[in-house]
Design a protein. Structure first.
Length: 265
């Protein structure tokens, strides 16, 4: 069984308790910039910085990190958005992490989770997220479309994640505003930025779509490589979570977007 399937099976066991309880969290109402607009206006690569304690591929990454301190550092360093993993078993995240981050930053906040039921979108919204993630590999076409529409009606931006050309075709069918190409193979955990390059030609044909490269971004060279392919943003977890100097690590990734590609887009 793949790790994605194991994560999804675990998620499925939690849905009944989400449905039994109502999503209520103590969250300050805030009007945040739209991630989509931030990405479309950018002239440097935008960094979506992730609060990630642990992962299936690496085990513990930074278990003791405080979501509030980490998020404040990210915001001060110029992050475009903070991604908060709320998955408990494999990533050691929680909705409380999301609430803490949402209450302490003014930039967009992404709930990074494995959404298989609409109720999770209600929880994401109630816990302060302004963006959710939908993973194409985890959803039927019908659910992908229904969840995208539901989140949009709630005023949430949606990052639609793909791993290959087939998933990209399914994603494009729902006309998403933001697509993320995940460079991590969820079966082998192998990281390869060529994934972003492989799908870039197709995504770059759609100038109204904001293009994110996800996972495995460590250096300015990595950032330049995906920016050259046409990415307007990167989703970065581990390299920032283990950095001794978050500001330096994050600003190094904010490379200029190649002007030639901007004209093409
Ligand atoms: O990170 C993992 O090991 C992982 C395994 C299975 C499913 C998802 C996984 N990660 C979620 C993410 O998409 C990443 O946290 C995110 O893109 C940041 O990646 P990185 O910068 O490589 O930490």
């Amino acid at each position: 069984m793949t790790i994605l399937q194991r994560i999804l099976d675990h998620k499925a066991t939690l849905i009944p308790s989400l449905l039994e309880n109502s999503p209520f969290f103590s969250v300050e109402p805030k009007s945040r910039p739209s991630l989509y607009e931030v990405l479309q206006k950018a002239d440097t690569l935008q960094v979506i910085s992730e609060m990630k304690r642990a992962s299936p591929s690496k085990g513990l990454i930074n278990e003791g990190a405080s979501p509030i301190e980490q998020a404040k550092k990210y915001e001060q360093a110029g992050a475009a958005c903070i991604s908060v993993l709320t998955e408990d078993k494999f990533f050691k995240g929680s909705y409380q992490d999301l609430v803490d981050v949402a209450n302490n930053v003014d930039i967009p906040v992404l709930n990074k989770d494995f959404i298989i039921h609409e109720v999770q979108i209600d929880y994401a919204k109630a816990a302060g997220a302004s963006v959710i993630l939908l993973i194409v590999a985890a959803l039927s076409d019908e659910k992908l479309n229904a969840f995208y529409t539901y989140a949009s009606v709630l005023g949430l931006d949606v990052l639609v994640e793909v791993h290959n050309e087939k998933e990209l075709g399914r994603a494009l069918a729902i006309r998403p505003k933001i697509i993320g190409v995940n460079n991590r193979d969820l079966k082998t955990f192998h990281l390869d930025l060529a994934q972003t390059e492989k799908l870039a030609n197709i995504i770059n044909e759609h100038e109204d779509i904001a293009f994110i490269s996800e996972s495995g971004i460590w250096t300015a060279t990595d950032a330049q490589r995906v920016a050259k392919a046409g990415a307007q943003g990167v989703l970065v977890g581990e390299s920032l979570m283990v950095s001794g100097n978050v500001e330096e690590a994050l600003t190094a990734l904010q490379v200029p977007l190649p002007s030639l590609l901007k004209e093409v887009k």
